[in-house]
Design a protein. Structure first.
Length: 87
């Protein structure tokens, strides 16, 4: 099940610790990779990284929990994510 508050993954497992079977999601083929801008394909591997729009944080009172709708996933190809964290 998709949970925007946690790191999830898609595609064939690459046996990394992140590839927890409990956190596998369907390939988000309607979404682009945020690094390269190319739409994800059904045979791609990649990661779904939690993100909160800074505006959503401003709208929540300090101490209050962010509502579920404030969270979204940013999708990366596996290779693009590795490049992103090296930069
Ligand atoms: Zn990419």
């Amino acid at each position: 099940m998709t949970d925007e508050r946690i790191v999830q993954w898609f595609g064939e497992s690459w046996e990394a610790p992140v590839c927890d079977p409990e956190q596998e999601i369907a390939v988000p083929v309607d979404r682009p990779c945020v690094r390269c801008g190319i739409y994800l394909l059904v045979d791609d591997q990649g990661l779904a990284i939690p993100y909160v729009d800074p505006l959503a944080r401003e709208l929540v009172r300090p101490g209050d929990e962010l509502p579920d709708v404030a969270w979204e996933h940013l999708y990366f190809h596996r290779g693009c994510f590795m490049e992103a964290i090296r930069d």
